[in-house]
Write a protein that binds this ligand. Sequence first.
Ligand code: UDP
Length: 456
Amino acid sequence: MEKGEIENRCHVVVLTYPSQGHINPLLQFAKRLLSKGVKATLATTHYAARSICAQGVGVEPISDGFDDGGFLQAPSAEAYVESFRTVGSRTLGELILKLQETGSPVSCLVYDSFLPWALDVARERGIFGASFFTNSASVCSIYWRVHRGLMALPVPPEPMPVSIPGLPPLKSSELPSFLAAPASYPAYLSAIFDQLRDLDKNDWVFGNTFEELESEVAKAMKGLWAVTMIGPTVPSAYLDKRIKGDTGYGGSLWKPPSDGYMKWLGRRPPNSVVYVSFGSMAGIATEQMEEVAWGLRESDQYFLWVVKELEHGKLPDGFVNSIQEIGLIVNWCDQLEVLAHKAVGCFVTHCGWNSTLEGLSLGVPMVGVPQWSDQPTNAKCVEDVWGVGVRAKSDGSGIVRREELKKCIREVMEEERSQVIKRNAIKWRELAKEAISEGGSSDKKIDEFVERLLNV
Ligand code: UDP
């Protein structure tokens, strides 16, 4: 069927939670659908919609009740979630109706699993509903097992491991932090369980991962919960190169100060720079920032470190002046461009799922310094399942000390182990490319999805 004909018959609205770690994969999925000829519209809050510009994908705002400042305007996290649910449901319903009335009827709503109420909106409007998980399948399967009573809480204390089908034994410090310490994050845990409650009522459940990457977990979940793996949702220029002009996500909530950091990278030898980022959320403990700072300073490697504006005050006194040409601190950068640069030899990451997938897809060895949420489990997989890096160990107070960071950077960049890690990194980079290239496992799943929408 010609692309134009598909577009006339198939319109998918993709709804994303307005944070960077959610916008990137969902927007990228929308672009992938567009490349298959589907008409794709991204819906998100007014506040985030202003920052999104992706060629060909329509962007439509809905309301979370805080149109000027989003989450930061809300009196509390609970108030925000509740407002998003009520105002978001109403305005999303209105949007789908508007699209229907303006001659562009929607066939399917692909919604961020973080916003589970969207399934009711799809049902009310009589269209397909598909949940999209932005975590790994491993992490989702752990949550799923707890939710269905197949894994008990509280988890056994260290060093006793928990056995989960498809994964190596996991100690409590390697589980998602919401499970390791459920009492610390009751609201987050109940939000996660909300995403799983009506899972079986979805027409599809998508995961930003690929079959080869999590094959053991996929096998273990067979017959229990069918996740359709369609990732990695990394811009095409870094993988299959089939989508013309798709060189970046196109939805950055912050802009890099200039391209000075790319020029700086350009002056460094191949594989000589440690790139460091703790993701988009900020919130690193001051003591941890200090240890990372001095660890980098003493590691004898060049480093490029993303420190968000809010965190600058946590840098130790005298640090910035002491790093001169060795290190560069930026408020934000184009992470993919940096990871793809030949000067970068190591990625010190908090192991947010997007960063982990980006490191894997671009073949960059990683040092995991996980903070919370799913990050400890991602870091465990980086080291013990995929062998593409190491996980830095924290001390009794939960801080990764500078000596440990230096040791990990050495292991990944210099020591014998670095050769094995580099080989694995290249292997996974190639497998990621294959998965999303024509005929690859994820590509086929996306084709099947489009096919089914067309055959209604
Ligand atoms: N990112 C970026 N520039 C930066 C830091 C992060 O573009 O300076 C992007 C990164 O490429 C990733 C996203 O922000 O796609 C962060 O998502 P992740 O899941 O890794 O972490 P989160 O921010 O959700 O903790």
